[in-house]
Design a protein around this ligand. Structure first.
Ligand code: 5GP
Ligand code: ZN
Length: 139
């Protein structure tokens, strides 16, 4: 399979590995959007979040706090973002990964959330809630 991250797992292409266990690999994102920008991936090829089993999710998320704390210790960022891009065009590598992005006061990233609460009614919230709850019931 022509997957860059599987090639990293298999050692076919190099990576700056920071953590590894039986199921999970952590390595530097080549872009280094911020200092220490790290990717965590399942060693098994899983295309994206929608394809991740609960077991795969448990394996990978169980190491997130440890790696986050290591980044905190190593670089003393002001904070950290966890980011996952799911499906094209957001997702550019089709092997599930979590970005750990240490944040610095000097970085120019704009990762924030707009707040539309003032323009929403209780009915709006209920409609959205019902849509999600009924979708969960069908899973
Ligand atoms: P996405 O946009 O899919 O969430 O992020 C994919 C990430 O993979 C990008 O941040 C990109 O810099 C990183 N990336 C792409 N190719 C390679 C590679 O060959 N090695 C490493 N270490 N990172 C890569
Ligand atoms: Zn893969």
């Amino acid at each position: 399979m022509d997957c860059i991250f599987c090639k990293i797992v298999n050692g076919d292409i190099p990576a700056y590995k920071v953590y590894e266990n039986d199921k999970v690999l952590g390595f530097l994102d080549i872009s280094q959007t911020t200092k220490g920008h790290t990717l965590l991936i399942p060693k098994k090829h899983v295309a994206n979040l929608y394809e991740l089993s609960s077991e795969d999710a448990s394996e990978i998320f169980s190491v997130v706090p440890m790696v986050a704390n290591a980044l905190k210790k190593a670089f003393k960022p002001i904070g950290l973002n966890l980011v996952n891009n799911t499906e094209k065009p957001l997702q550019t590598v089709n092997h599930f990964h979590i970005h750990l992005l240490p944040r610095y006061s000097s970085d120019s990233l704009q990762i924030g959330f707009a707040n539309y609460a003032d323009s929403l009614t209780k009915e709006d919230y209920l409609e959205v809630t019902d849509a999600i709850v009924s979708a969960i019931k069908k899973t």
